[in-house]
Design a protein around this ligand. Structure first.
Ligand SMILES: Cc1cc2nc3c(=O)[nH]c(=O)nc-3n(C[C@H](O)[C@H](O)[C@H](O)COP(=O)(O)O)c2cc1C
Length: 281
């Protein structure tokens, strides 16, 4: 792709995403890569084409090259290529059949097992057993997953993260034999995209990029503007839980998220993480 074409693709994608115009210096290096990142969309349908084992290994290595808090390296990637295990995971998530269709299914985990082990090995105390330990491992795992997604994007693969594996974390942990202090962050379906997919609009940068301090602002007004911009471009195909909430005349993103989070989900996750041996104080 020429730089001008890439700059055009970025501008088009970001206009759709944020409803804003961007100035792009055409001589900038890496515009091809930025065009792919700006054009991101999750893919839930995959071509019947396998992913070569060497390519998967390469992507895992690129992902695990990401920075790591204090060089502690508290993230692992579980490659679930045993059909029975994958089926077992999907059985805990009945409404997401595409997890079975994806050529590759990964589970990104936070790993807090190694640090206390090596402090013990070296006869040192471990006075840092508190919430930060869990948080560090979760952040490292999320960064590795993000790096994997960027690496996959670079080679033209599509993917869809699956946090629904935390709906029944103990079942997933049992299926994958996760040791103490190792916990699932998200699954990732990966495959060659079968469809172009669509860009999902995001909140305006006015809402999510803050200069220095959070001042006074009309957050409700900004969200309403986003609801309307998004509805004009990508209206929701169906309203969530109409039986409980009825049919809204205008159904935007904020209404959808409010309905989604009106139902209790993953209320046992803290108990599960404590059960894995983490102290969350
Ligand atoms: C941590 C994380 C967990 C997600 N979990 C799921 C999931 O369980 N099922 C699913 O279909 N999509 C899941 N997604 C995909 C989001 O629904 C998707 O990113 C969002 O709707 C925005 O769409 P886009 O990625 O195409 O921009 C997840 C995304 C992230 C980052």
């Amino acid at each position: 792709m020429s730089n001008n074409t890439a700059a055009g693709a970025i501008k088009t994608a970001l206009a759709e995403r944020f409803g804003e115009a961007f100035t792009i210096e055409p001589a900038l290096t890496g515009l091809d890569e930025l065009a792919k990142i700006a054009g991101h969309r999750s893919h839930r349908r995959y071509a019947a084409r396998p992913i070569d084992a060497d390519l998967l290994r390469l992507l895992c290595a690129c992902a695990l090259s990401a920075p790591s808090k204090s060089d502690l390296q508290q993230a692992d990637i579980v490659v679930v290529n045993d059909a029975a295990i994958r089926k077992g995971i999907v059985a805990t998530i009945p409404d997401m059949p595409w997890i079975l269709d994806a050529p590759v299914f990964l589970v990104f985990v936070g790993n807090g097992e190694r640090l206390p082990m090596l402090t013990q090995q070296h006869g040192k105390p471990f006075p840092n057993d508190h919430l930060d330990q869990f948080f560090n491992a979760a952040v490292d795992g999320a960064i590795v997953m993000s790096a994997f997604m960027n690496a996959a994007t670079a080679v033209g693969l599509g993917f869809c993260p699956i946090s629904a594996i935390r709906d029944h974390p103990q079942a997933v942990s049992d299926l994958l034999h996760l040791p103490d202090r190792v916990f699932p962050i998200a699954g990732l379906c990966v495959g060659w995209p079968a469809q172009a997919g669509e860009i999902t609009p995001r909140l305006s940068l006015q809402t999510t990029v803050i200069e220095n301090t959070y001042g006074q602002r009309d957050l409700a007004g900004e969200i309403d503007a986003y609801d309307r911009r998004r509805a004009a471009l990508r209206p929701y195909r169906r309203q969530r839980n109409v039986e409980r909430w009825g049919t809204a005349q205008f159904y935007g993103w904020s209404q959808d998220k409010a309905r989604q989070y009106a139902e209790p989900t993953r209320t046992d996750f803290g108990r599960f993480i404590r059960g894995k041996g983490f102290c969350l104080d």
